[in-house]
Write a protein that binds this ligand. Structure first.
Ligand SMILES: NC(=O)c1ccc[n+]([C@@H]2O[C@H](COP(=O)([O-])OP(=O)(O)OC[C@H]3O[C@@H](n4cnc5c(N)ncnc54)[C@H](O)[C@@H]3O)[C@@H](O)[C@H]2O)c1
Length: 283
């Protein structure tokens, strides 16, 4: 099984910074790549802040935080994947963007490198087809917030080899995560089930069935969910939620997956949830 020592993470947003955090904390050298320098600066600050919280809880030593932060390098150019054994792509949930990134990554990454994507819903098989190494392309779907959430959904594309799968599963376990394997269908398992629930909660809000707080209270206290669906949508990002619904709708061709018009309206208004300070709630 290939040994993974150096990792590159593409996209330093909500998910990217969490993925960088867990790899660095577990002893990997990580290069984070984003087209926006401010995203890289913000990611470093967020990682430090989250590690400080772990220190306060007694879950991390100060010396280990400092060592982890030293293992993180940053770049604005995708060519920085040149030394990586594994690349995890966590850029914006957009099909054409991911296709371009994978074609470019394929040109720069070493021949042995595994190219993983954190996509929530886009076909692993189609992403893999943009490269000359489809056997080494796999879905590595972390959950938000990455340092806290145990699950990694591993998704095999049509061409993904057993060896790529074994290496990626072992790696996720090395990060202290639990793996669930899924096949490559729109939304895989996590978002095939989660996103229609969130979308239905937005329909309830739009139709005036209940206020946002009441909808979330029903799901928290009635179904024992740790967070209500609207608060969770704000955490995920409403643009990401809309993008996933579009993939389910077009990929499965069933109108039960049509995105709620109110979700579209919030995204059009730039109310994307926590990352913009406003969504179904204010932050
Ligand atoms: N937000 C969630 O809860 C969640 C959960 C699991 C998976 N995901 C998936 O993770 C991925 C990232 O989502 P996010 O919520 O972190 O998005 P985000 O908007 O917070 O961050 C995306 C980052 O990608 C960067 N980017 C855009 N184009 C780029 C390029 N060409 N090269 C490098 N960087 C580029 C952006 O500047 C931004 O910083 C998506 O595929 C999403 O579906 C999200």
């Amino acid at each position: 099984m290939a040994e993974i020592k150096k990792v590159a993470v593409i996209g330093a947003g909500t998910m990217g910074n969490g993925i960088v955090h867990v790899f660095a904390q577990n002893g990997f050298d990580v290069t984070m790549v984003d087209v926006r320098q401010e995203a890289l600066d913000q990611a470093r600050a967020t990682i430090r802040g989250n590690m400080d919280r772990q220190i306060k809880k007694g879950a991390l030593a100060e010396a280990d935080r400092d060592a982890a932060l030293r293992r993180i390098a940053a770049a604005t150019d995708l060519a920085a994947v040149a030394g990586a054994d594994l690349v995890v792509e966590a850029a914006t949930e957009n099909r054409d963007l991911k296709f371009r990134i994978f074609a470019e990554m394929d040109a720069h990454a070493p021949a042995h490198a595994i190219l993983a994507t954190n996509t929530s819903s886009i076909s692993i098989t189609e992403i893999a087809a943009q490269t000359k190494r489809p056997g080494q392309v796999i879905g590595m779907h972390f959950m938000n917030p990455v340092p806290v959430m145990k699950l990694v959904e591993i998704i095999r594309g049509l061409a993904t080899t057993d060896e790529t799968t074994r290496t990626t599963v072992a790696l996720a376990e090395q990060l202290g995560k639990t793996v669930a394997e899924a096949q490559d269908y729109p939304g895989f398992v996590a978002n095939r089930i989660l996103m229609p629930m969130i979308n239905e909660a937005v329909f309830c809000l739009m139709e005036g069935v209940a206020e946002a707080e009441a909808i979330d209270t029903v799901m928290k206290l009635g179904m024992n969910h740790p967070m209500g669906p609207l608060a969770l949508a704000d955490l995920i990002g409403l643009d990401t939620c809309l993008a996933i619904m579009e993939v389910l709708h077009s990929g499965l061709g069933d109108d039960k997956y049509r995105p709620c018009p109110l979700l579209r309206k919030y995204v059009a208004a730039g109310k994307l949830g926590r990352k913009t300070g406003e969504g179904f709630y204010n932050y």
